[in-house]
Design a protein around this ligand. Sequence first.
Ligand code: FHN
Length: 460
Amino acid sequence: MYLCIFFGKLKTSNIMRLLQSRFIVLILFTGFLSLHLSAQEGYVPTQENLDNREWFQDAKYGLFVHWGVYSIMGGGGDQGIAEWIMEQKDIPIVQYEKLPGFFNPTRFDPAEWVSMVKKAGMKYITITSKHHDGFAMYDSKVSDYNIVDATPYGKDVIGLLKKECDKQGIKLFFYHSQLDWHQSDYFPHGRTGNGIADRSEAGDFNAYIDYMNTQLSELLTQYGEIGGIWFDGMWDKPDADWRLGETYALIHKHQPGALIGSNHHKMPYPGEDFMMFERDLPGENSMGFNNTGISDQVPLEMCETMNGSWGFNIIDQNYKSVEMLIHTMVRAAGYGANFLLNTGPMPNGQIQPENVDTLMAIGNWLETYGEAIYGSRQGPVKPQEWGATTVKDNVIYVHVLDYKGRAIEIKGIDPSHLRSAVYFDDGSRVDVKRTEEGIHLTIPKKKVKSIDTIIVLTLK
Ligand code: FHN
């Protein structure tokens, strides 16, 4: 009857059609609403947060650290397994819980780590405070499953590292896994960890979120000012109510300047301050899971491994060359994105020597060419096969990474606005030709550098 009053003289079939379409709209609307209400709706970043976003974009280069008790297993002799070993080998919780008992990184020297980071030309570190195995690498009061209470080492490596970072002027971010194969309230289980035989068969997911938020509060209150939180793992339970709004508000309440990012492979939700791309240049989606485009609202970052593993893998020798990594960093900068390069420290607390060598070589390159990277933003031409462009004030840096002998086309530059075009290395003039749409640059063979031939275009 109510329907008849509401819809007046409409025929029943029309009413049904209308209802169906309204129902669909309603479903779409509530879906949209719940997605948004689940993040920090109405979030307005503070001035401090905005300043930190600028700092972040200027910094351009950081070290990603995947370190946990899994490093003891070194991947168990399999390529591609490291921090996922609990899942990939279906190790029962009760057995995996023995690992902390063997974790004693007596060679961990935070001063050495941070000076290495500085020599490498990196400006920040993002370290795993907790990975998917649920083990806290810091002093947590809400669970004994942490480095202080459960290992013979007994020291808070995160706290020690933070002290050293403060001393040497390096910002520290925390990678924090939302996915947890260990905690019993992480239930219902998600897409992963289903072969771990003794995971709980009941639990209260809300209690898990409370637990996670308490651990995050510890991270935000025990160590002074941090760079931000790098979330990962929501993809394990994409339909769950993660109460993101509450978590993000909590983080911004404790530290309004802290930058939040999440590796959910979606466009940033309200409350997130940067967007990341895993092993991928922004928008290129070569991995197949970063398919949502590029945000123009928040800073960008891409992360990459030095071999094929995030955590320590004893047999993985597939090291990327220094040239390849510099090229990725330059192309990332060409998209305006930071480059977060990963290392998986060994169980004794040292960084793999092969990784140190690579980092030092990149640091050397940056000592000379860092001017064209640090503080820059995305240049006028999007990265191309030949290279990328970065920009700083009235200077455009053209990074020629792979010169095939053909002229490099820079569209949108009026040659009459050009004060000079010179090679970064020796300041000599570059051959510039006017075209209909901009300029052409040609490089004689003898000027081509093996890694990056940088041309500096100064505008009037
Ligand atoms: O599963 C993790 C993986 O172990 C690692 O932490 C990377 C880093 O981006 N993220 C996840 C996969 O998306």
